[in-house]
Design a protein around this ligand. Structure first.
Ligand code: ADP
Ligand code: GLC
Length: 493
């Protein structure tokens, strides 16, 4: 099979099931596995954070090989090791260095609530280690695929310091942009940490308004840039969504080196028929008793969390989200009171911005009989919320892809989303969900009310929409095929 010949090294700062902050982790783990299933030789490199070590121990995953590495950094040589493990068939190289990665958080210092102050040094070490790991394990990839700013130095190194080494020469690079608004911007004084020559600190390289910008470097130096939806690939070429990099992305698109591929879903993990976190499973056939289980799950969920006698005629609106500006909380705060006064139920699971956490807790206190707010990161609970909710809300200001609307459709929880990025590419207005255009509380309210109205008064139509959504197929198979086509073209170019 031709696929077998393509060797891919994926470099990322997160991957399920080892380390997850957001959707990046789902994509790295699931896409890697799907490409492996399609016959590719794919290896994934991630940092060996404390949570990764804990996962390996708890699940008794063996370290198959371990090699020491020495990475020259500005601060001196940093020593570490690369541990090889196999997870579900896929080879992972874990970059171990206690100084950089043995910490409570992945990116954020739990004490200051800010990014770790040595972020640039950590990810410089990681990017160099990932490239070294390939050599140590004698795995010469055809393509290296990096993800977001944390690994954006990989394509830069391949085109600069590493290209003199025959092992790395002619390796192609792809940068996957999951979110352009996090760019890895650092003060110019830190540029020397990267070990790059100053000649790359220019407007055509890594310089950005006098600062170092890693994402910009990644876009400029990679052979191809992929974003996680087609609409987002177009949006990031505009001033509204380009976060100051629209000139660079437009240029990349003009050279046919920018494209969008909508993410997929791992239906082994996100499927109400086999979901390991659900006691009661259910499926599409709502005539049969199994779909009744969805109602039971909702009732039980509300009761277990203190809503003793829920009115089952009222919908439960669910959200699972990082609590950040991107996700549309300013709109939600303007309209939620009115909706709760109308008797709906609301549940949210999330963690992030302190101000949002506080305001959400206040909603819970004001409406203890209707609002269930969970501040924290909890994977089993995220599955319960998908299953229990009738409506799933994603009013994002921008959304590169978004995964929860895809999960929601499978769980029969009708998504209400804004017309942007991957939400626009995956939800069909009036068929599988509801879409609003303007980023305004008025439009959100009108649209949510439409959904609530349909739920309360047109049972058959509601079930039709649920059914259509549950029938959608957003498996990784489709997306992985598109990646494979891209790899073939790139390899032959
Ligand atoms: P983003 O990557 O921007 O956060 P996505 O929709 O692509 O958005 O992916 C978010 C992923 O993270 C989903 O799998 C979602 O279920 C999960 N998630 C987000 N917040 C939490 C949380 N507090 N607890 C558990 N899972 C969460
Ligand atoms: C990012 C985006 C999200 C996307 C995810 C996975 O975190 O915010 O929209 O689904 O990456 O690609």
């Amino acid at each position: 099979m031709a696929n077998e010949k393509i060797k891919l090294l994926v470099v990322a700062s997160e991957s399920v099931p080892f380390a997850k902050v957001g959707g990046l982790a789902d994509v790295v783990g699931a896409l890697g596995k799907e490409l492996f299933n399609k016959g590719m030789d794919v290896r994934i490199v991630i940092p060996e954070y404390t949570c990764v070590q804990d996962y390996i121990k708890e699940n008794q995953i063996s370290i198959l090989n371990s090699h020491e590495i020495s990475i020259p950094l500005e601060s001196g040589t940093a020593k570490g090791k690369v541990d090889e493990i196999n997870y579900d068939g896929v080879t992972y190289y874990l970059i171990d260095n206690p100084h950089y990665f043995k910490r409570d958080g992945i990116y954020i210092d739990s004490k200051t609530k800010n990014d770790y102050s040595d972020s640039l040094e950590r990810f410089t070490f990681f990017c160099k280690s990932a490239l070294e790991a390939a050599k140590i394990f004698d795995f010469r990839p055809d393509i290296v695929q990096s993800n977001d700013w944390q690994t954006s130095l990989v394509p830069v190194y391949l085109k600069t310091v590493y290209k003199v080494d025959p092992f790395y020469k002619s390796i192609k690079s792809i940068l996957l942009i999951h979110n352009l608004s996090y760019q890895g911007i650092f003060p110019v004084e830190q540029f020397t940490i990267t070990g790059l020559d100053w000649k790359y600190f220019t407007v055509n390289g890594l310089e950005y308004y006098g600062h170092l910008n890693l994402m910009k470097g990644g876009i400029v130096f990679s052979d191809t840039v992929v974003t996680v939806s087609e609409t987002y690939a177009r949006e990031i070429q505009t001033a509204e969504y380009g976060n100051g990099l629209e000139g660079i992305t437009k240029n990349k698109a003009a050279q046919n080196k920018l494209l969008g591929i909508v993410n997929g879903v791992n239906y082994q993990e996100w499927n109400p028929q086999i979901d390991i976190y659900l006691k009661q499973k259910y499926n599409l056939n709502y005539q049969l008793s199994s779909f009744e289980n969805k109602k039971k799950i909702k009732e039980l969920f509300l009761k277990e969390h203190g809503i003793v006698a829920p009115n089952m005629r009222k919908p439960l609106i669910g959200m699972i989200s990082r609590l950040v500006d991107q996700k549309g909380f300013d709109l939600l705060f303007e309209i939620i009171d009115g909706l709760l006064k109308d008797g709906i139920y609301f549940t949210l699971l999330g963690t992030g911005k302190y101000e949002y956490e506080t305001r959400l807790k206040a909603i819970k206190e004001k409406y203890p009989e209707q609002a269930l707010v969970f501040i924290g990161f909890d994977i089993p609970l995220s599955h319960h919320i998908e299953a229990a909710s009738d409506i799933f809300l994603l009013p994002s200001r921008y959304e590169p892809c978004g995964l929860n609307q895809l999960y929601s459709m499978k769980y029969g929880s009708v998504p209400v989303v804004r017309n942007t990025g991957g939400l626009a590419d995956t939800v069909k207005d009036g068929k599988t969900g509801f879409i609003f255009n303007d980023y305004s509380p008025e439009e959100l309210l009108i649209t949510l009310k439409k959904a609530v109205e349909l739920y309360e008064n047109s049972h058959e139509k509601w079930l039709k929409m649920v059914e259509t959504g549950m029938n959608e197929n957003w498996s990784w198979d489709r997306a992985a095929q598109k990646y494979l086509d891209l790899y073939k073209t790139l390899k032959d170019s």
